[in-house]
Write a protein that binds this ligand. Structure first.
Ligand code: F6R
Ligand code: MG
Ligand code: MG
Length: 368
């Protein structure tokens, strides 16, 4: 049976600035999705939040880019926005960029990651959600999961994974994509995705020698960046999904990639580098300096499309060390104040006063 899992998110208002989602916003979204489930439009759903982002996970048989499923998400975000406006939450409705829904969420503001696949005998799936960062923040962990044998020993010792994986990489500035295969093209992949603002991993596919077939096994949301090619439009608070086990990376290999709080851009005013801290769902509440950036992971088993779970994967004690390190890195990097590389380089900043300062000082600028 072909199942589609749709993970769709939007920031429609924050409780006390950009810190978290008010529970009543989640209740509004649940009402919409519960009704849709009762009408058999979707099989199942789970509503959660990461920072100020409202996250909807839906399962159904309608394939990716379904007008019905995207429309449901839009409706849920609208209802949540109504509540956010009533409560005067901060930035109410900020990610709903268009006035009306026209069949697909592309370019409308919300972030979308969808996977369609034949549900296996047992289907473990991880959904990851980040706040206060950009889609390229997933480049490092997704690369480690599917291409780094020091992270994923299965690449060496599982015959099904030994031939590697195919990475679909998007150039979000020039609006192009390329498919590159590991292990042969590993250095080419790294050459691109190390520039994480420009090149982002969109999907990962099994190699032709893997018994998993052709379906994507991982996907990352890249929405706003994708839509406005040629122009940098800022942070996108991305989400991703990864299928696990039996010829794919084990759940533990997937999670291992989040045991290192790598540096990402985002954080305060979308204009600072900082550590990506893995946290439990209850700790997905950016605070200090509007952060540090956070990632949560929810584990599910699919049963005929039903979402069994979730398991709060990154809440586990095994990530305490990564959290401690992230906090140390936060202390260290914060002391750099308004200096690069804590503050992002000019073209990547979301807020800037530099042009007006340059203009103001123009007449006082003399030749060296
Ligand atoms: C980062 C973020 C926040 C805001 C900051 C200023 O992605 O959303 O750090 O940029 O709180 O917000 P405003 O300009 O709305 O006061
Ligand atoms: Mg916000
Ligand atoms: Mg956010």
């Amino acid at each position: 049976m072909k199942i589609t899992v749709s993970l769709i998110k939007a920031d429609v208002g924050g409780l006390a600035g950009h810190s978290r989602v008010h529970p009543q916003l989640k209740d509004e979204a649940k009402l919409v999705l519960e009704h849709a489930k009762n009408q058999s439009k979707i099989i199942d759903y789970h509503v959660t939040s990461c920072g100020d982002d409202l996250e909807l996970i839906m399962t159904h048989k309608k394939g990716v880019d379904s007008e019905i499923v995207h429309g449901l998400a839009w409706e849920a975000f609208l209802k949540a926005t109504e509540m956010a406006k009533k409560l005067k939450l901060y930035g109410a409705g900020q990610d709903l960029l268009k006035d009306s829904f026209s069949g697909n969420l592309k370019g409308m503001g919300p972030g979308v990651a969808e996977l369609e696949f034949e549900e296996r005998k047992s289907e473990p799936l991880a959904a990851f959600m980040m706040d206060k960062t950009e889609p390229g923040a997933f480049n490092l962990p997704i690369f480690k999961i599917f291409a780094d044998p020091f992270n994923t020993p299965g690449l060496v010792i599982d015959p099904n994974m030994h031939d590697g994986f195919v990475f679909e990489i998007w150039d979000v500035i020039n609006h192009k994509k390329v498919f590159l295969k590991t292990p042969e093209e590993t250095y080419d992949i790294l050459a691109l995705i190390g520039s994480k603002t420009r090149y982002v991993i969109k999907r990962v596919f099994p190699s032709t020698k893997n018994e998993m077939g052709k379906e994507a096994v991982a996907v990352v949301s890249t929405d706003i960046l994708h839509e406005i090619a040629g122009k940098y439009v800022g942070k996108d608070d991305p989400v991703a999904m990864v299928r696990a086990q039996a010829g794919l990376p084990a759940m533990g290999e997937i999670l291992e990639a989040f045991s290192f709080p790598h540096l990402v851009s985002g954080w305060m005013r979308g204009s600072h580098n900082g550590p990506m801290m893995p946290v439990s769902v209850t700790d997905a509440t950016p605070s200090r300096f509007d952060g540090p950036p956070r990632v949560i992971g929810l584990g599910f088993q699919l049963a005929e499309g039903k979402l069994v779970g979730p398991a709060d994967l990154l809440g586990d004690k095994a990530f305490d060390g990564a959290r401690q390190l992230a906090l140390q890195v936060a202390d260290y990097i914060r002391r750099n104040g308004p200096f690069e590389p804590h503050r992002l380089p000019e073209p990547e900043m979301e807020y800037t006063t530099l042009p007006s300062i340059q203009k103001k000082l123009q007449s006082r600028m003399v030749d060296l």
